[in-house]
Design a protein around this ligand. Structure first.
Ligand code: BGC
Length: 605
């Protein structure tokens, strides 16, 4: 063992790896906790923190790193409490929101045992201490909105803004961007990623990665590869023809590696043609490193390294989450099932990225620049919004109009979808607040259509989440009814009906679109949704977003519909390369919204 080895920069890595014991290496290739790796202090190797994600920091995940420190300070082990996360869920989501906001309501914790209540009080305090100046992270619009901007430069700016906040929160590796292709609009996570089109996804990811990494934070391009559904997400076998894999599902990853220069890639939960992605030498070594020249590290999706040794052999460098038992890796090396040089390579790959991260170069816990983040979040929401219909100049809404607003969604908007892309942000501007701020509170009437109303804005929402796919593309029945009833009233009164869709992706509109005058898709527009929507409805901003994926007239027009989400553990990509518009143009020769946008407003230059 070489003496005095210490991690100083990339050139010191070979010596440091040589100085590591087998046990240190075996520990190093897995996390130490859910969202943190372990240090090797004697060699100057610090721990680092990966966390989601693509459209803002998932602070909730960082709680998992704070909890053990609180327990240690209290001299308690997790075993003495109920599971800390279950203890937290005793106070419910609202309680957790309060915990994050630092105003843990005593009435919420009264029902808990004294130890659990004391733990939560200490946790709340530790959370406050760990928050950067400026508070909670910003919620930017998710990937589908970024894709809809067709503006890679702006997406790059968004990457920069998210990474600046990552630095403020002590996050080193941003678990995004998600570049999976929108194979089927029912996919529960489609809102997270850019497009059904590999070229748009590729052009968008390049700038995003550069934006993030320009701030010294690693982008983690996920989920490699073809993680296109949530049904049986851990282990579904995707039968994908080679041409579709190469032409549709891999290009965005290749662009992220070769043109974006991403430092890390996340191996996916699913199988491709019978092989688990995180255990696939073909994907992780032959294609990623061999063909594309990837030089960073591969981290497994959380729990995707179903066979740890096979994953290491295949080219998966870091297994998350941790901790894992290092003895299994030690035994595999001793039994000759895992070459020590292979293990050394895995460790070197991780160290090669680590020397570029704040954990190593030094953390600057700057304050959140909320004004900057808000402006970027708003810009993405504005440029991603798509005007699908605008008859007879229904939009923009004229100055001096009296605007009736209906639909609970106008008050309770959806900023982003659920799961790891969830972001608890410090504020959220609703459509109602946005309209009031733009037109004046007196000009905006919620829940009624006064006699002097000039138009009605109907706001409806649909969300989705990691963990399950959407059941259908329909709006909720009551929302469809609200649109139809309101449109009927508007027709009688000869005023315009404007629909704002706060949606996670395509919705079917055939039952109502002919009855309304204008449709604006604001998507899951992030925390600035209301300001962005108001700027577009008023004509202060020109709607310039374009659909990044096909809105089928009916779900049955989707090429994958007969093969989604599969059965008996398998899903066959029978449509081959004919994903989204490729199918519609080739087979049907038309799409519902061919140019994906309407004439720009005449009065906006
Ligand atoms: C998700 C990933 C995420 C990871 C860590 C997994 O369940 O699939 O997208 O980055 O969890 O939160």
């Amino acid at each position: 063992m070489s003496k005095g080895a210490i991690l100083t920069d990339a050139s010191s890595i070979p010596e440091v790896v040589q100085a590591m014991t087998l046990e240190e290496k075996a520990r190093f290739v897995a996390g130490a906790r859910a969202f943190e790796t372990g240090p090797v202090d004697r060699l100057g190797i610090p721990a680092f923190v990966p966390a989601d994600g693509h459209n803002g920091i998932n602070f909730f995940q960082l709680l998992g790193n704070i909890i053990p420190k609180v327990l240690a300070k209290r001299g308690q082990s997790a075993g003495e409490l109920r599971d800390p996360f279950r203890t937290m869920s005793d106070v419910g989501m609202a309680g957790i929101g309060n915990l994050l906001a630092g105003n843990l309501d005593p009435s919420n914790i009264e029902s808990l045992s004294p130890e659990n209540a004391a733990f939560l009080r200490d946790l709340s305090q530790a959370v406050q201490e760990s928050l950067p100046e400026g508070g909670l992270p910003s919620c930017f619009p998710p990937g589908m909105v970024m894709g809809a901007t067709w503006n890679p430069e702006l997406v790059g700016e968004c990457g920069r803004a998210v990474a600046k906040e990552a630095k403020a929160f002590g996050v080193d590796v941003l678990l995004g961007p998600n570049v999976n292709i929108h194979r089927d609009p029912l996919c529960g996570r489609a809102f997270e990623s850019y497009s059904e089109d590999p070229y748009l996804a590729s052009q968008t990811v390049i700038d995003y990665v550069k934006g993030v990494q320009g701030e010294g934070i690693a982008a983690d391009v996920k989920h490699y590869a073809a993680n296109n559904q949530e049904y049986m997400r851990q282990g579904i076998d995707e039968v994908i023809p080679e041409r579709a894999l190469r032409e549709i599902y891999l290009p965005a990853f290749k662009a992220a590696v070769q043109e974006g220069g991403c430092w890390t890639v996340m191996s996916a939960y699913n199988k491709i043609n019978g092989e688990d992605c995180a255990l696939s030498k073909r994907l992780l070594t032959d294609i990623l490193r061999g063909e594309w020249g990837f030089a960073g590290f591969v981290v497994s999706d959380w729990g995707a390294a179903y066979d740890r040794i096979q994953a290491l052999n295949a080219g998966n460098d870091l297994e998350m989450p941790g901790p894992q038992n290092p003895q299994e890796v030690i035994d595999a090396v001793e039994r000759g099932e895992l070459g020590e040089t292979t293990l050394d390579e895995r460790v070197s790959n991780i160290l090669g990225v680590l020397v570029k991260l704040p954990a190593f170069t030094g953390r600057e816990r700057a304050a959140i620049d909320r004004a900057y983040s808000s402006q970027v979040a708003r810009r993405v929401a504005v440029e991603g919004a798509v005007l699908l219909k605008n008859e007879d100049g229904a939009l923009p809404i004229e100055e001096g109009s009296v605007i009736a607003v209906v639909g609970e969604n106008a008050k309770n908007p959806i900023a982003t979808g659920g799961g790891s892309a969830g972001v608890v942000s410090p504020y959220m501007v609703s459509l109602l607040e946005g309209l009031e701020a733009r037109f004046g509170a007196d000009a905006v009437r919620f829940g009624e259509i006064p006699a002097n109303a000039s138009c009605v804005v109907i706001s409806v929402g649909v969300t989705s989440s990691e963990g399950s796919d959407r059941a259908s593309l329909a709006l909720a029945d009551e929302d469809t009814a609200l649109i139809l009833e309101t449109a009927e009233t508007c027709r009688r009164r000869r005023i315009k009906t404007i629909v704002v869709l706060n949606v996670c992706g395509p919705v079917e509109m055939h039952g109502w679109i002919d009855e309304v005058d204008a449709v604006l898709i604001i998507w899951l527009g992030g925390m600035e949704l209301g300001h962005a929507a108001a700027a577009l409805l008023s004509g202060d901003e020109n709607p310039s977003g374009k659909l990044p994926l096909t809105f089928p007239r009916r779900y049955q027009d989707t090429p994958s519909c007969l093969n989604f989400p599969g059965e008996f553990g398998r899903v066959v990509y029978g449509e081959g390369i004919y994903v989204g518009y490729r199918y519609l143009l080739k087979i049907l020769g038309r799409t519902s919204f061919p140019r994906a946008r309407i004439r720009v407003f005449a009065n906006v230059t």
